[in-house]
Design a protein around this ligand. Structure first.
Ligand SMILES: [Zn+2]
Length: 339
């Protein structure tokens, strides 16, 4: 017996993280969140080039499909390869058959010119008809001018802003910086240390928050719509939902898995068509929150999108799994050599 559900939606991902696994240890051990950014992610993203971006997206999309995830909201940064990067990601995922909503994370970490180029990449991609949002890394790495520029561009193009908000204590004044700018279509990621409510959807990433030791976001206590993301640690949404549930439950013993299931459901606001994707699972109650919450290891056997089988017996049909893994491994070696 096996259950069939709609496709899963990962509502916050960093596809470029697919190559980061096994990367060399940083020169100094990070002791807090800002040092994890400085010594791990900001060294990694600056080393990315187009081929690395392509194969990390391809590998991450294949791995998403193998978890029954057919739609991904991606947040991308590659300061040394900005122009065209969003198209590379969207095309790689489309080749595998995974739907995407992409954004380039604008930042002033590389000066005003870097921020301008990031904003231009969002604009180029969206004006060409690409599906996405205007990305911003986070308020604490941007000037007020850059934040305003991103908000204005998003409003002009009729999309939201996809931004990390108060993930760690270093961004604790994000509420003050953003409250005059944020609107209902903004995609607010983390909101762990946010000191007020902002309009928008909150993307909750429990595993990443625990891994970075930033604290519990308590998303159920916010009035916002909540969706679930992985923040770059794969795209297994049933796994993320199980973790979201126990983290919620640790905070509130009266909480129910239905709350977390609703967070998964809310992902269809971003990708309504993913409701019609069909995922066949290896477990006959994969459609039941109370079953899934207590059943680790549920796997997708088959995935069907628009009538096309994209995953058969756990293997992608459009691309060669072994080839994708080999190419991604080759790019990971190049990336690690640069680090
Ligand atoms: Zn993130």
């Amino acid at each position: 017996m096996s259950a069939v559900t709609p496709g899963m939606v990962c509502s916050h991902h960093h596809l470029y993280s697919a190559l980061a696994r096994g990367m060399p240890a940083p020169p100094r051990q990070p002791t807090k969140f800002i040092e994890i950014l400085e010594q791990v992610w900001w060294r990694l993203d600056v080393a990315l080039d187009e081929e690395m971006i392509r194969w990390s997206a391809m590998l991450a999309a294949v791995e998403a499909l193998q978890c029954g995830t057919t739609a991904i909201v991606d947040h991308h940064e590659s300061p040394s390869a900005i122009e065209g990067s969003l198209s590379v990601i969207a095309n790689a995922c489309a080749a595998v058959g995974v739907r995407t909503n992409v954004a380039y994370g604008v930042t002033d970490r590389h000066g005003a010119e870097g921020a301008r180029r990031g904003l231009a990449e969002n604009e180029r991609f969206l004006r060409a008809g690409g599906r996405g949002m205007v990305g911003v890394h986070a308020a604490f790495t941007c000037t007020d001018d850059t934040l305003r520029g991103a908000a204005e561009l998003a409003a002009e193009l009729g999309v939201g802003v996809h931004i990390h908000v108060a993930e760690g204590p270093d961004d604790a004044n994000a509420g003050e910086r953003l409250h005059a700018l944020a609107t209902d279509d903004w995609h607010l990621v983390h909101c762990v240390h946010l000191d007020r409510d902002l309009p928008g959807t909150i993307a909750h990433n429990p595993r990443s928050n625990m891994n970075n030791s930033v604290g519990y976001a308590r998303p159920a206590a916010r009035p916002n719509r909540v969706v679930l993301g992985t923040d770059g640690i794969g795209a297994d949404m049933l796994e993320e939902a199980r973790l979201a549930y126990v983290r919620l439950r640790e905070d509130d013993v009266l909480a129910s898995p239905d709350t977390v299931w609703q967070w998964l459901e809310n992902g269809y606001r971003l990708f309504p068509e993913a409701r019609h994707d069909r995922v066949t699972w290896n477990y006959d109650h994969a459609d039941s929150p109370w079953h899934v919450a207590f059943t680790p290891g549920v796997r997708a056997l088959q995935v069907e999108v628009d009538g096309e089988v994209l995953l058969a017996d756990g293997v992608p049909t459009r691309v060669d799994l072994a080839e994708v893994r080999a190419k991604a491994a080759e790019q990971a070696r190049r990336l690690f050599a640069r680090l």
